[in-house]
Design a protein around this ligand. Structure first.
Ligand code: HEC
Ligand code: HEC
Length: 222
């Protein structure tokens, strides 16, 4: 009996030691964050700048609060993996999935707002008139995003929102929310309602999205 008791307390003590050691998940995630930061500095900072604040006409901010709150991990991971064809954003598939995820974890560590990605992606598809959308687009958006939505290559500071590299990876909700609220500390302003840059209505924003989707369809599916 005495011997068994000793074994029992011995095991219990061991279990306590194991359980009382700092949670492993935490250590792993701070290691992941360090790895993500290192990978970011090596691979991304030359364009996206330190702390991923971006630079007009070179690469967008990736630590922008609006972007982080509406983008799903799936969107970020797939964009990093595939890059954006016909823009300055190269593909990083060679890094492999776990390194791409570490970079996303590092970017996410800058988020100060709760994620709205699920709600935004669940919004209904845009419904509207592409001819009206084109008028708004040409008048307001094309100066920065290019007349064909080709982005920086057209000489502006806005990204290539008329190309499949962007359009094939985002929901209409993502585009809608970006046009509504813009992205703080960048040249992308909010356009919804009075007080916004152009006082657009929800309906006019949808017209623009339908027009953009049409621009994306100029390219045959691979
Ligand atoms: C050679 C410059 C360059 C490098 C290096 C680069 N990017 Fe980019 N990145 C860009 C450009 C330019 C864009 C905008 C493309 C467009 O016009 O749509 C972009 C866009 C993005 C976007 C989409 C952001 C948005 O607002 O929708 C993500 C995410 C991104 N890059 C992540 C990364 C990560 C992570 C790395 C490193 C693994 C990286 N990029 C390396 C130039 C670069
Ligand atoms: C004054 C310049 C400017 C104007 C005008 C402008 N944008 Fe932008 N837009 C930007 C910039 C700059 C970004 C990316 C933010 C960054 O660089 O970090 C952006 C980002 C976006 C994005 C997200 C793209 C991505 O890669 O994730 C969408 C969608 C968008 N703009 C739509 C529009 C629409 C629609 C209009 C017209 C109603 C418009 N923008 C007008 C500068 C502009």
């Amino acid at each position: 009996m005495g011997a068994l008791r000793k074994v029992f307390y011995g095991l219990a003590g061991l279990a306590w030691l194991v359980l009382a050691t700092p949670v492993h998940a935490d250590t792993a995630s701070s290691a992941t964050l360090r790895e993500g930061q290192k990978l970011f500095t090596e691979n991304c900072a030359p364009c996206h700048q330190e702390d991923a604040i971006g630079a007009p006409g070179i690469a967008p901010s990736l630590t922008n609060q609006e972007l982080l709150s509406i983008s799903s991990d799936k969107f970020l991971e797939a964009t990093i993996r595939d890059g954006r064809l016909d823009t300055g954003m190269p593909p990083f598939a060679h890094l492999g999935r776990s390194k791409v995820r570490a970079i996303v974890a590092y970017l996410r560590a800058h988020a100060q707002r709760p994620s709205l990605a699920e709600e935004v992606d669940a919004e209904p598809d845009a419904y509207g008139d592409p001819r009206l959308g084109k008028l708004w687009y040409d008048n307001i958006c094309s100066t920065c995003h290019g007349l064909d939505g080709n982005g920086y290559f057209a000489g502006g500071t806005g990204t290539a929102i008329g190309l499949p590299g962007f359009l094939d990876k985002v929901s209409d909700g993502f585009i809608r929310e970006t046009i509504r609220t813009g992205r703080s500390n960048t040249r992308m302003r909010g356009f919804l309602g009075p007080g916004a840059l152009a006082n657009l209505s929800e309906r006019e924003i949808d017209d623009i999205i339908v027009y953009l989707r049409g621009l994306g369809e100029r390219y045959p599916e691979e």
